[in-house]
Each structure stands twice: as structure tokens, then as C-alpha cells.
Design a protein around this ligand. Structure first.
Ligand SMILES: NC(=O)c1ccc[n+]([C@@H]2O[C@H](COP(=O)([O-])OP(=O)(O)OC[C@H]3O[C@@H](n4cnc5c(N)ncnc54)[C@H](O)[C@@H]3O)[C@@H](O)[C@H]2O)c1
Length: 258
């Protein structure tokens, strides 16, 4: 029980990578608040996680809304007493891919609201709590799209690049207060986000896309959520006590091939 009595807050914790991190931390004794926007999905995730242990809650919040974020942090601390770990992972890659001249201002604002402002809001309120107890550890989720930018994903790519810079700046501000902040950058990981992409395609198109993802990396397959979760769990832990402001890329080698 490496994390006995530790408390973690995980945004986007009801599915995919976030859920997998919740499982990984809970298996080591962490008390966890998972955050999402869909109560039904949240309840389902909660019931499954309770099979590990009962110190887990679901909180509903839109991370682009400051009142929601303030409340989600407050509710976590009210339930479990303090905050040690945060995984700022929620975001949405969806929305119609479009070239810049066709992309709407409204979609751009929404994307920035979640990918950048959302992570900044989470950091702001989580750090306020961590300062009260003398430290903590935070991981933010970026994306390979921040490093290998594709046409039609400009807002997502810009937002996710911003996460890496934001992480470095915040890491500098709080390192001497015992707070470490790192980024994890996943490649193509088989989660509901990727499954939704496949669902919109014919079987043949989906096979082609899966082949493209698999062939673009050195390992030759998509990643599993638990493989990203293992990296996040390690970054959050004391084993990574001298690591801050870094970006850990979990992509099967795509980024060094390209
Ligand atoms: N799966 C991949 O291949 C991949 C690759 C690179 C980066 N990522 C990033 O990993 C993270 C996790 O995604 P995933 O693949 O596990 O997909 P997912 O769809 O399972 O998880 C994303 C979660 O974020 C939540 N979310 C989205 N917008 C939100 C908001 N405004 N407020 C609160 N919650 C919100 C969703 O409800 C969902 O639960 C995301 O930041 C995503 O951009 C994923």
C-alpha cells in the first residue's frame, strides 16, 4: 500500500486513461475523487472502483467552469481531508476537424476553455490546497498532437502544447514548496475517445486507421490505458521525487520515428 491515506483528484476519471489511473492509485491505497460530466457514467465507474475499496467518490464538474472546479476541489478535501495528488486529464479531442479558415471561433474558444483554461483552473485550486499541507504531486495530460501537429486539429494541438508550457512554468513556481508538476503525453491509446473515432467509420476504414496508428510506432500496436496509468502513477509517486516540469511521452515510439 504505497499510497495509504493519500488523496487524489482525477478529472476525466470515469473512463479511459483517467479511470485506469484511478484503479492504479486505489490499488495502492489512495482515496480517490473521480470527476466527470455524466452522472450515469460516473455512477457506473464508481461502482466498479468500489470493488477495490470504498474510499472513492464521483464529482460532477465541467473543468472549463471556475465555480465547478473550485467546488470539485473543495468537495474532495471535505470528503477526504486533504489533497496529495491531482491528475488533470479531462479533455475532449472531438469536434469536427476543420482547417483554420473554416474553424469557428466558438469551437476554438470551447477547445481552449477545456484544454488550457480548464487545466489552469484545476492547478490554481489544487495548489491552494497543497500549499496548506506542504506539498503534492500533479500530472497534466497533453497529447502527441502537441508534438506532431496534424492539419485540421489546430486548436487541440495548440491547447495541448500549452499544457506542456503551463506545466513547466507552474513547476518552477512551486518546486520549492514541495509541489511537483509534470506532463504525460499519450500517443494512440485504446480508450473510448479512440473507439468513438472508429465507430464513425466503416469496418474497413476502422481497420485501416488502426493499422495506420499501429504502424506509426515502434511497438506496432495501440497503447493500453493501463500503460499510460503506470507512467502517471510513477510520476505522482515519491519514486519520481526529483522530477518536475517534465513531459513523459507514452507513445510506443511514434515521436522519435517522426
Ligand atoms: N486516447 C488517446 O489516444 C489519447 C491520445 C492523446 C491524448 N489523449 C488525452 O488523454 C486524456 C484522456 O482521454 P481518454 O483517451 O482517456 O478519453 P476518454 O474520452 O475516455 O476520457 C476523457 C474524459 O474527459 C472528460 N471531459 C471532457 N471534457 C470535459 C470537461 N469540460 N469537464 C470535465 N470532464 C471532461 C470526458 O467526459 C471523458 O470522461 C484527454 O486529455 C485526451 O485528450 C488521449
Amino acid at each position: 500500500m504505497k499510497f495509504y491515506n493519500k488523496v487524489a483528484l482525477i478529472t476525466g476519471g470515469t473512463s479511459g486513461i483517467g479511470y485506469s489511473v484511478a484503479e492504479s492509485l486505489m490499488k495502492e491505497g489512495t482515496k480517490v475523487a473521480i470527476v466527470g460530466r455524466n452522472s450515469e457514467k460516473g455512477e457506473k465507474a464508481l461502482q466498479k472502483l468500489k470493488e477495490i475499496h470504498s474510499d472513492v467518490i464521483y464529482l460532477s464538474a465541467d473543468i472549463s467552469n471556475s465555480n465547478d472546479v473550485r467546488k470539485m476541489v473543495r468537495d474532495t478535501v471535505t470528503s477526504f481531508g486533504h489533497l496529495d495528488f491531482a491528475f488533470n486529464n479531462a479533455s475532449n479531442a472531438e469536434g469536427k476537424p476543420a482547417l483554420t479558415h473554416e474553424y469557428s471561433e466558438d469551437d476554438f474558444d470551447k477547445m481552449m476553455g477545456v484544454t488550457i483554461k480548464g487545466v489552469w483552473l484545476c492547478l490554481k485550486y489544487e495548489i491552494q490546497e497543497m500549499l496548506k499541507t506542504g506539498g503534492g504531486s500533479i500530472v497534466n495530460t497533453s497529447s502527441l498532437d502537441a508534438l506532431i501537429c496534424s492539419a485540421g486539429t489546430t486548436a487541440y494541438a495548440a491547447g495541448k502544447s500549452g499544457v506542456i508550457a503551463l506545466t513547466r512554468a507552474v513547476a518552477q513556481e512551486y518546486g520549492s514548496y514541495g509541489i511537483r508538476v509534470n506532463t504525460v503525453t499519450p500517443g494512440a491509446i485504446r480508450t473510448p475517445m479512440i473507439e468513438r473515432k472508429f465507430k464513425d467509420l466503416t469496418l474497413e476504414q476502422a481497420k485501416l486507421l488502426e493499422g495506420k496508428y499501429s504502424n506509426s510506432n515502434a511497438i506496432g500496436r495501440l497503447g493500453k490505458p493501463e500503460e499510460t496509468a503506470a507512467a502517471v502513477t510513477w510520476l505522482l509517486s515519491e519514486e519520481a521525487s526529483y522530477i518536475t516540469g517534465q513531459n513523459l511521452i507514452v507513445d510506443g515510439g511514434v515521436s522519435f520515428i517522426h
